[in-house]
Structure formats: structure tokens, C-alpha cells
Unconditional design. Sequence first.
Length: 160
Amino acid sequence: MDAEGVLEDFVMNDKCAAGTGRSLELMSQYLGVHFSELAELAEEAKQTITITSQCSIFSELEIMHYLMEDQRPSDIAAGINEAMARRVKMLVGRVGVRSDLAISGGVCKNRGVVKCLEEMLGAKFVSFDQDPQIVGALGAAVFARERLESAARRAGRSRG
């Protein structure tokens, strides 16, 4: 966004579910935790198991494989957080990094992903007063209200 808050560029992964909150939900189910608990579980990790696949379905298969090898769920959780952060970092690379970074959506409810991403980008995210999962919807509502008010003012001037 520019200094006036106008959107300059936007990217999202439109190829698959990788890099989304839904992907985190699916992968965390294999570890028997809610996706928001992955951060706490990963804090117990002794090492980070690398999840190499960019595809969320193949990532799930990797996780099942690691569980069958009796890898520690906390080590796998650390790998999931890191893999998700890598996916988001690739998207960030398409628009570039500026100051005053913010992250929104379901993924940011996982502190582990946010921490990994901050480390990868060498930046801290600004925090929201509102639930970060709904700030996009709130922003859309604000823009809609502003357009409606602007249209009402124009209509009032044309009648007067």
C-alpha cells in the first residue's frame, strides 16, 4: 500500500492450498493438535524436520512418513511452521519487502509461522488491534463505506 493506504500490489497463492490456514489445519490434524497449537508444540522441538514439498497434499504424506518413522511430533511441528513460512516468503518476494509489514489471515494465528517468517524476512510485523483473521474483511467494509459516503455526497451536490 502507498502512504495514503491505496493498494499498490497484491499476491496470493492461487495454485493450491499450500500457504493457507486450511493447509495448516490439515497438517496439524496428523499431529493430533489444533493448528493454533502448532507453535506451542514446535517450541518443544529438539530439531526441525524439513518438509520439502510445496504441495500441501504431498506435505501431508511427508508428515505421515515422519510419524511412521517415530519422529517427534514437536520436531515435525517445527518443520510445518518453517515450511509454511517459506511458502509465504516466496509470495512476499514477488511484491518486495517494505517497512511496516503486516500479516493477516488464518495463518498468522500460528505464532510459530509468524516467528519463522519474521526471521526469514529480517523484519517484525505490525500487530493489529483487531483479530488478524478478519482485518481484510474489515478493510473491505471501510472501503465500501467510504465509497457509499462519497457517492451520497456527490448525489447531494448534484441535487443542490
